[in-house]
Ligand binder design. Structure first.
Ligand code: PLP
Length: 442
């Protein structure tokens, strides 16, 4: 089925008919594989004029091995930022030379593993540069080694997601001309550093600001190459960070929009001189995913109408804690998965957690929800159902992938089962008994 909105309608109906959402499993994540494939295709097209590219998915946006495996099968690479993410990328089948390790706190063991298997890495600080230099004497490595640069171009609309300011922990900053020269000298003195990396932030970063950050690392690469009199820097990793439109089903900005702005600001990136790497997460996956929740109760509180469901901070953590920065759209369905036909009403959608702020959003103008209906929370395919928060010992919600054929038939694959109560108890140390020695003389 061609259109991802039509596929979503078919999926919600099928999900209800097949009892994938039920009183025993009242909050469910669903993901449209064709929508992901379409985004990969548009990413490939947008940068197709660059002769050598490697597009990676940012693992943090989708820490689910079957989805990572699907992305590996589509020819993507994987950007990882912890030992767990590295293990997931390896389990998903990404070859080592298509994995890049970024993190501001890489341990000796992590760096050793990365160099041993031959994955690439981006050094985040001068101390880490010294550590990698020492380890390279011990380990005969095929790893491409880069440096993450903070281009200090400023903040986007969400301060917490901006990484190119004077107050961020990431990368080696280009604070002034002296710091720039120091970095050029440090890289020029280490011919094994052949890649530069920039990621100016995620969500809320204007295209022009991100492109300016990229143009600063292109200029830095040119300075290093000029200084050593040959092309030492051969790869440029331009990070991810393309914002997602959470206000409608329209995909905007597109990868093409971004590539156009980058080409105007940093034309050398498209010259063919450099291999170009990208690390997108949210823009690849957000629109492919939704969270469905059964409405358990509705109630009136003064003038407000509340619908209380089962998706809250345990799966929509960012939205619940920072509602102004991360608003989500909601649609109303009947219990059988068909769109609700009741009159529109202004309603607040609450989650199950025991704190007042556990709200998916307020003042939605949607068909009136009743107990047993389904609320669908849109654009949650990145960083939401894959990144649970264990508050109130709520289970990790199940996640299913779907495809829809031309006849509207939906095929489901289980990506992750709902966590069981037995698993929650085991993780909570069910078998451990604590004792304090009896006081002496008692
Ligand atoms: C280094 C790095 N690369 C890529 C990404 C992915 O960003 P986004 O999901 O906004 O594309 C992140 C997100 O935090 C990041 O820190």
């Amino acid at each position: 089925m061609a259109d991802f909105v039509d596929r979503r309608y078919a999926a919600v109906q099928s999900m209800a008919q097949q009892n994938l959402i039920s009183p025993d499993q009242p909050a469910v994540g669903i993901v449209d594989l064709e929508a992901i494939r379409d985004q990969i295709e548009s990413l490939n097209w947008a940068f197709a004029s660059i002769p050598d590219t490697m597009h990676m998915v940012a693992c943090k946006s989708v820490t689910l091995v079957p989805l990572l495996r699907f992305l590996a099968d589509q020819g993507m690479g994987c950007e990882v930022a912890s030992p767990g993410e590295f293990a997931m990328a390896e389990a998903a089948g990404f070859p080592a030379d298509r994995i890049v390790l970024d993190s501001p706190a890489k341990t000796l063991a992590e760096i050793r593993h990365c160099l041993t298997v031959g994955a690439a890495m981006n050094i985040d600080s001068y101390q880490e540069m010294a550590r990698v230099e020492r380890l390279r004497e011990e380990i005969d490595t095929a790893s491409v080694i880069g440096v993450r640069v903070n281009p200090v171009v400023g903040s986007g609309s969400i301060g917490e997601m901006s990484t190119a300011t004077t107050t961020t922990k990431f990368g080696i900053p280009l604070i002034d001309e002296a710091s720039r020269e120091e970095l050029v000298d440090a890289i020029a003195a280490r011919p094994w550093i052949t890649q530069l990396h920039v990621h100016s932030g995620s969500q809320g970063i204007p295209l022009e600001l991100a492109a300016e950050g990229i143009s600063r690392i292109v200029a830095l690469a040119e300075s290093v190459n000029e200084k050593v009199g040959r092309q030492q820097i051969v790869r440029l990793d331009i990070g991810g960070g393309l914002s997602v439109n959470f206000t409608s089903d329209e995909i905007t900005p597109t990868y093409h929009d971004y590539a156009d702005v980058i080409e105007k600001t940093a034309p050398e990136l498209f010259s063919g001189k450099y291999t170009v790497l990208t690390e997108f997460g949210r823009s690849l996956l957000a629109k492919a995913g939704s969270i469905a929740t059964i409405i358990e109760y509705t109630k009136k509180v003064g003038q407000r109408d509340f619908a209380i469901g089962h998706a809250g901070a345990q799966t929509a953590t960012r939205t619940v804690f920072m509602p102004k920065s991360w608003p989500l759209r909601v649609s109303a369905f009947q219990g059988d998965g068909t769109p609700s036909r009741t009159e529109n009403r202004i309603q607040d959608l609450a989650g199950p957690c025991c704190f007042s702020g556990d709200m998916i959003g307020r003042e939605y103008v949607i068909p009136e929800l009743a107990p047993g209906d389904i609320a669908l929370i849109h654009d949650t395919g990145a960083y939401y159902f894959s990144t649970p928060f264990a508050y109130n010992a709520l289970p990790r919600i199940p996640v299913y992938a779907y495809t829809v054929d031309d006849a509207g038939e939906v095929t489901w694959t289980t990506i992750r089962r709902q966590q069981t109560i037995a698993e929650i108890l085991a993780e909570a140390g069910e078998d451990v008994r604590l004792e304090v020695p009896a006081p002496a003389g008692s």
